[in-house]
Design a protein around this ligand. Structure first.
Ligand code: MLT
Ligand code: MN
Ligand code: ZN
Length: 310
């Protein structure tokens, strides 16, 4: 199975269009040790020919153009695409807006939880994905789903599971209490399995907490791509960017006693890669102490174009 990080940044990307924070200013200036990053998405394939997107970011057009394997094939028909399906892990802007780029009458299957499919159904702009060609299929939680494009099975099985988190920012309802009306299925993680080899990895780009259930699930995994939004819970406040903590945004931090480095310390995961990294995160500075500490703890910091074979 080929796993390619199309976009390793969180919502806004790196640099973010309106952000003049230290990191964004440095990457914009081309300072060594800073890589630009597009918004959160992976592409997965068994054979390098048919591909599944895991999330569809607003930068999808650029990501496809930067990834020859995802472009229209020269030997193919007049209109063709190797992208056969897209699986959505939540309704966040950075994870669904790229669907709009997949219009133009191309057959495709879009998978999501009932909650996320309902969000898409409620927004008429997504009807640009021709309903006769683009199937929308519900991913039931905790049950394997064999992914298929319009031409048949893709050889990849996905099992969606609810993770601690919250509903998308634009759906938050303050009248519904501390969790803003969030329900199971608003944020999911995926186990992605190659049906031929049986090898699997986990993709969890948004997660508020590694609770006992999630820890048990991830224990001993060969590969986990995980929420690396913030390094410390209050880094956006400290930088004067936004009055929100990671906890308020539904994102666990990398560092600290409640952080993901600590939570994974005893899980025995063979390979751990951070994705969905916010532009405020000091790990984006390759010479920073937080970056060194993250790598010393056995984690890799994902980057656009990074490829893993499993
Ligand atoms: C998040 O990951 O928390 C969201 O993408 C934030 C946003 O919608 O800007
Ligand atoms: Mn996001
Ligand atoms: Zn910034």
């Amino acid at each position: 199975m080929i796993i390619r990080i199309l976009g390793s940044a969180a919502g806004g990307g790196f640099p973010q269009w309106n952000c003049n924070c230290r990191n964004c200013a440095d990457v914009r200036a081309g300072k060594p040790g800073f890589r630009p990053r597009t918004q959160s998405s992976l592409a997965v394939s068994r054979d390098g020919k048919s591909w599944v997107l895991l999330n569809a970011s607003p930068d999808l057009r650029q990501q496809i153009n930067d990834t020859p394997a995802l472009g229209s094939l020269a030997e193919g028909s007049l209109r063709n695409s190797p992208i056969k399906a897209a699986v959505l892990t939540n309704g966040d802007v950075d994870h669904i807006i790229g669907l709009i780029n997949l219009r133009e009458m191309e057959p495709l299957t879009v998978y999501g939880s009932d909650r996320v499919l309902a969000t898409i159904a409620a927004n008429a702009v997504f009807n640009v994905l021709d309903k006769g060609k683009v199937a929308r299929r519900e991913l039931p939680l905790d049950q394997p789903t064999n992914l298929a494009g319009a031409d048949g099975p893709l050889g990849i099985t996905v099992t969606a599971f609810a993770v601690p988190g919250k509903v998308a920012l634009y759906l938050e309802d303050a009248s519904k209490g501390a969790n803003f009306g969030s329900e199971a299925g608003d944020t999911i993680g995926l186990e992605v399995r190659d049906e031929a080899t049986g090898k699997a990895f986990y993709y969890v780009p948004g997660c508020a907490e590694v609770d006992a259930r999630l820890g048990e699930r991830l224990k001993g995994a060969a590969l986990v791509l995980f929420d690396g939004t913030l390094y410390t819970d209050d880094e956006m406040l400290q930088a004067g960017l936004m009055p929100k903590t990671g906890k308020r945004m539904g994102h666990i931090s990398i560092s600290g006693p409640d952080g993901s480095i600590a939570a994974f310390a005893k899980l025995g995961v063979a390979r751990k890669i951070y994705v969905h990294i916010n532009n405020s995160n000091p790990v984006l500075n390759e010479s920073s102490e937080p970056r060194k500490a993250t790598e010393a703890a056995g984690w890799e910091v994902g980057y656009d174009g990074m490829e893993v074979r499993l």
